[in-house]
Design a protein around this ligand. Sequence first.
Ligand SMILES: Cc1cc2nc3c(=O)[nH]c(=O)nc-3n(C[C@H](O)[C@H](O)[C@H](O)COP(=O)(O)O)c2cc1C
Length: 398
Amino acid sequence: MTTSPTRRRLLQGAGVLTLVVAGGAVWRAHDRGVFAEPSGAAYDPWEMWNAPEYEGTPLALVAAGILASNPHNTQPWVFRVSDTEIEVLADTSRHLGSFDPYLREMHVGLGCAVENMALAAPANGFTVEVESAPGTLTAIERGGLVRAAALRLSPSSAAADPLYEAIPKRHTNRYPYDLARGFPEEMLRGFAAMPADENVALSLFTEGKGYEALGRAIIDATDEIVADHAMIEDSHAWFRDGPDEMARERSGLELDTAGLSPALLAAAKFLPALPAEQSHAAWADQTRDTHVPTAALLGLISVRDRYDRPQSLAAGRLWQRLHLSASAAGIAMHPLNQPVETIDRERQLEMEAKSEARLAEIVNNPDWQPTFCFRGGLPTREAPASARRSVETVAEKV
Ligand SMILES: Cc1cc2nc3c(=O)[nH]c(=O)nc-3n(C[C@H](O)[C@H](O)[C@H](O)COP(=O)(O)O)c2cc1C
């Protein structure tokens, strides 16, 4: 069969077009890191946490502090470092808007950083005395740097805390958990013995009414957040669109840590970023279909006053310890703090305190106000590390 010159040109054109489209797809896939694990300088802090250049200096504590759990990976911190003191400052410009209107979550995250720093102290020849800044979150000044705590350093030869080694192993795990394997009894007993601060309490549920009600509260609060346009836009502002943006910002949330299946992750990375409504609707689906139903453990950290600054820090310190001890034992953990985020939001909008009532019924003790919810279980997949800004970016020498 002979092919006419016109038909040949058309076929050649189609071939070139296919190549261009396929080449473009490969290029885009490469550009968006579709087949790659997150890598590059933004993840180096996970290797540098005990680097020889920091060892035995206050910067070693900062290198551990920046690996802490923190809301939406905003890393809302600056560290002012001298030979005898590290001042931990809330960078209130790195906020979540209506998602955290009182900077409560910001302060819980700062508490997580303080705990990592306290754990890194003995390993680097220091003891620390932590002094939290007093006062209430409702009176805090916005926009700049606000002192949250001071860590006074003195020389020590105390042995390192066993949780210190778990610092680089701790990652938020948003994958399904293996519910059939339950939650190890011994770890539950260890958790229950952990609250060390008289203003912090822990509630743990593996079954029964409390477990069911907390699971329901998490799902319902997620749906309420998804219906709140301002909240999801403020949350979305911290979603990073691909590896280039993450390499620039080194903070915020990325698809690789979202707990998606490999096929869904590849598709999501390849396609243009979803708008806030769609990405948050997908998050609500994940919460309802995966996060809550596969949780072997649901837990609550409560304080006596949710808007007290030192108590928010103390709650964060406890969460960090819980997550580190789970990570050391290969157990997965994941904050699911939506039911407290809606408490703040209802208070800000002077709405009926439905969310407050929902959690109060579970805690069933008016002396305690929940400030943090989470799940735990045996992992089905390892969680990846999230990006971090460097020690040099967030530490100021004085
Ligand atoms: C106060 C606070 C609230 C959080 N709330 C949630 C949450 O509701 N859902 C979630 O998936 N992760 C939540 N996280 C986890 C952070 O997103 C996570 O710590 C951060 O992205 C850094 O990742 P990493 O923990 O893997 O280092 C929360 C963390 C803190 C400290």
